[in-house]
Design a protein around this ligand. Structure first.
Ligand SMILES: Nc1ncnc2c1ncn2[C@@H]1O[C@H](COP(=O)(O)OP(=O)(O)OP(=O)(O)O)[C@@H](O)[C@H]1O
Length: 296
């Protein structure tokens, strides 16, 4: 596939700082209408990659193409950015804040629609310093959407939110996607990536370890289920079967057929009282690829 098939593409991106290659050769492409996720632990190079794609940082090497062409002045009008920490003006209400950002653009979205989309109606007159974490993120997303962009960048949009606010934000992202907006998101929450992203790239030490559809990546690396037992549940004099591995204080069995695996465990005399049966997840994949957990 040529790069013009992508709304935005990175070719061999690198960013070097003294003593560190923050990004060390990243190539990826995001199709129109997709939600693409960059995943990785703290310091992996996600934000630096995103900032080069946003045109904010200049790459040390490589290039970014938007609709097959190098970034130009028009690019800024076509994108929206939700930064990790956008400074909202003090003593400003939600309504004033939105209007101020809208005034920065020649063409802006219908603000009433945006207020409805991001559920800001009830908090329009609230001082922006008095917002909850979830309300603040909804306002920041509305600001990112204020110029009706084709592509929106979201840098760890749900970090620090409680689980309910995080789920509400995911539902909001669904509504944004349903309008056809393309999204590029960074996160270190695996569940978030599985829930939101059509395609992901797992980044570590400035490089992409693996890229593809979450379900396809999981299917390619794991059988149907993972059975997890505390190590103490396994008889001390029994050796582990070939499909089992020790992880910290647990034993994991990778299996296609759960009933057959349960019989196998019983034959070995394992205690099933604390048995957990999980569908393999991106978290498992990350652990398998890197040897460490993504939750830094
Ligand atoms: N301006 C800078 N000067 C020097 N080093 C930097 C600079 N910006 C980032 N780095 C380093 O580059 C590496 C990648 O940082 P980056 O912020 O892109 O990672 P990240 O994956 O976004 O992490 P986080 O999840 O913490 O935001 C880190 O080692 C970081 O310390």
């Amino acid at each position: 596939m040529t790069n013009s098939a992508f709304l935005i593409a990175a070719e061999g991106l690198e960013k070097h700082y003294p003593g560190v290659r923050a990004v060390d050769g990243i190539s990826l492409g995001v199709r129109a209408g997709q939600c693409f996720g960059l995943l990785g632990p703290n310091g992996a190079g996600k934000t630096t990659t995103l900032e080069m794609l946003e045109g904010i940082q200049t790459p040390t090497a490589g290039r970014v193409l938007f609709q097959g062409r190098p970034l130009d002045r028009d690019f800024r009008e076509r994108i929206g950015i939700q930064f990790q920490a956008t400074a909202l003006q003090d003593f400003q209400r939600v309504r004033e804040s939105l209007a101020m950002f809208a005034a920065l653009y020649q063409h802006h979205a219908d603000l009433d629609e945006l207020i409805q989309l991001c559920h800001l109606g009830e908090i329009l007159e609230r001082d922006t310093r008095k917002l909850s974490g979830g309300q603040r993120q909804r306002l920041l997303l509305a600001i990112a959407l204020v110029n009706d962009p084709a592509l929106v960048f979201l840098d760890e949009p749900t970090t620090g939110l409680d689980p309910q606010a995080r789920r509400n934000f995911w539902a909001l992202i669904d509504r944004v996607r349903a309008r056809g907006t393309t999204l590029l998101i960074t996160t270190h929450y695996m569940e978030e990536a599985e829930r939101l992203c059509d395609e992901i790239a797992i980044v570590d030490h400035g490089r992409i370890l693996i890229q593809g559809r979450p379900s396809a990546l999981i299917d390619a690396h794991f059988p149907a289920a993972i059975l997890r037992l505390p190590s103490s549940a396994w008889p001390a004099d029994e050796s582990l079967p070939a499909n089992a591995e020790r992880r910290d204080t647990r034993i994991e069995l990778y299996v296609d057929e759960v009933p057959a695996a349960l019989e196998q465990l019983e034959r070995h005399g394992a205690s099933l009282i604390d048995l957990r049966i999980d569908r393999p997840s991106l978290e498992d994949l990350f652990l398998k690829l890197t040897g460490h957990s993504l939750r830094a």
